[in-house]
Design a protein around this ligand. Structure first.
Ligand code: XIL
Length: 511
């Protein structure tokens, strides 16, 4: 079915006004869809949203869009422990019941959210200090809740946000961890499985979308649970993105794939995109958000192991991102219920279209022209070859500070107009301990001190090549006078080696 709304109008305008100009070529355009759920269905995927029980019953336009556009829902708050069981054994199922009933009416899949989390717990649970009492409370809460919705809510987030890569042991120190130790995680999955043996049980967390320390810890934790036959069936990567800097599609896809290879279902479970970190006009922010959503949704659609994308709401006005007082414009529809560019980003992503990549903007990124265009910053650069690298490698040795490293200086033209970009590089450190590497753009504007825009950070084992990737967006308030790309980070004395550096502009795919 062809869309006849904003998309159709856009096409007509291209035909009428822009013939012969360097416009997008729509001639090979594939069929488009009237709603997100139709597009998702054509791919055999689910497109979901968080749902608010109060809005569902008071805002008919909200209820209409919810039914038309989405094939799956997750209660945003209604099935959390606090709202559901505010006093011991006293339940308030009203919001959850109405969300479940509406979803079943509209043939939408349901995901329940969530049993163990450090937030939105009832105060009577937070005041428990005896481990067995906490176990019993959790078991009874799961049994009552899962029995009520058995056969209706078939997927549950059982454990939420259990990993904290800054905590000494890597586990977030919530009440469950403090009273039961890290085994609370498997205990929770085992209890949930007993309460409803047919339900699919998920682990859910944020900042595990990109490869790195937290994702690696989570991967090892889940690999261990799977190896010991603990009933865990899926993982949700929340994906609360910042549109000025977010995981690159290739990185996200590799990460999705390694979890899927454990036999887990993978989902993007709480997608939204903060815009306040990006300077520039609202149009520029919207365009960056469109591309960030497109890249994230397409990554799921292109990976067979990824079954569902859930947005954390769809109307900007009601997004939790604004709860702190900053307007983030984080979702798909504006305050007039009109579709934003981000809606079309999700639509393109559901059609399996990644954003189009321009040519690399980095000169001599593979060092085939030796060290041309690269400089050492307070370090000595050397051109080397490694058996496990197909291209020459540049290493910064004798680094004198954590700012020292490698830099490409002449990138002003590439970035002068701003836009959305993605980068990758093969990186390695040679020191005596794990160390972090920073990739950044150093930007100068006339009359101002240089500012550093961090594009990514990766913690590296000594002597191991890793791929570092990220996507980002730029919009300038005042045009820069120089832009350079910099690799730096670890303490002096640690050597940094890089190769295959690429950095490409991203454009929404045509059609
Ligand atoms: C948020 C809700 O959207 C807010 O309405 C509520 O005040 C706080 O929780 N990670 C999660 C979600 O797993 O449950 C959170 O939802 C957002 C972060």
């Amino acid at each position: 079915m062809r869309a006849t709304d904003a998309f159709g109008i856009g096409l007509a305008m291209v035909g009428a006004t822009a013939l012969g100009s360097a416009c997008v070529d729509y001639s090979n355009m594939e069929p488009s869809f009237a709603t997100l759920r139709q597009a998702a269905q054509a791919q055999g995927k689910l497109i979901g949203t968080a749902v608010d029980g109060a809005l569902l019953s008071t805002d008919s336009e909200y209820a209409r869009l919810l039914a038309e556009e989405f094939s799956a829902v997750t209660p945003e708050n209604a099935t959390k422990w606090g709202p559901l069981e505010p006093q011991d054994d006293t339940y308030d199922f009203s919001d959850a019941d109405s969300i479940v009933a509406a979803a079943l009416d509209h043939d939408q899949s349901l995901k329940g959210h969530v049993f163990t989390w450090h937030q939105q717990l009832p105060s009577w649970v937070e005041s428990i200090s005896d481990p067995d009492e906490l176990r019993l409370a959790l078991r009874e809460h799961m049994e009552t809740t899962m029995a009520r919705y058995r056969g209706q809510i078939k997927v549950w987030d059982v454990v939420n946000e259990a990993v904290d890569d800054n905590a000494p042991a890597g586990y977030r120190e919530n009440i469950f961890y403090e009273l039961l130790g890290p085994d609370y995680i498997e205990e929770a999955f085992l209890m949930a499985h007993e309460a409803d043996p047919d339900a699919l049980l998920y682990y859910n967390d944020y900042a595990i979308e990109r490869m790195g320390h937290k994702a690696d810890f989570t991967y090892q934790m889940l690999r261990d649970l799977v190896a010991r036959d603990i009933p865990i069936h899926g993982i949700g990567m929340q994906s609360h993105l910042s549109v000025h800097r977010y995981p690159a599609a290739d990185d996200l896809r590799d990460n999705i794939r390694r979890f899927a290879d454990l036999g887990l279902r993978v989902e993007i479970s709480e997608l939204d995109g903060r815009t306040s970190g990006l300077t520039g006009t609202l149009d520029q922010q919207y365009e960056a958000q469109r591309i960030a959503f497109q890249e994230t949704v397409a990554s799921c659609v292109l990976e067979p192991g990824c079954a569902r994308v859930t947005l954390w709401g769809f109307l900007d006005e009601y997004s939790w991102l604004d709860d702190e007082g900053t307007e983030e414009h984080g979702l798909l529809f504006d305050d007039n219920y009109e579709k934003k560019p981000s809606y079309w980003g999700v639509m393109d992503g559901l059609r399996g279209k990644l954003a189009k990549r321009g040519p690399t903007l980095v000169k001599n990124g593979d060092f085939e022209d030796e060290l041309d265009h690269w400089v050492g910053v307070d370090s000595t650069l050397s051109l080397e070859s490694f058996e496990d690298q197909a291209h020459p490698v540049a290493c910064a040795r004798d680094r004198s500070s954590s700012e020292s490293g490698l830099s490409q200086v002449d990138l002003l033209d590439a970035f002068a107009s701003g836009g959305s970009f993605t980068f990758r590089a093969e990186v390695r450190q040679e020191g005596t301990a794990p160390a972090g590497i920073n990739v950044a753009l150093i930007v100068e504007q006339s009359g101002q001190d240089p500012s550093t825009l961090s594009l990514g950070y990766l913690y590296l084992e000594e002597g191991v090549w890793r791929t570092m990737r990220g996507s980002f967006a730029l919009a300038w308030e005042a045009p820069p006078t120089s832009v350079r790309l910099s690799f730096s980070g670890p303490d002096p004395g640690v050597d940094l080696c890089i190769t295959q550096v690429a950095l490409n502009q991203l454009h929404p795919a045509p059609g």
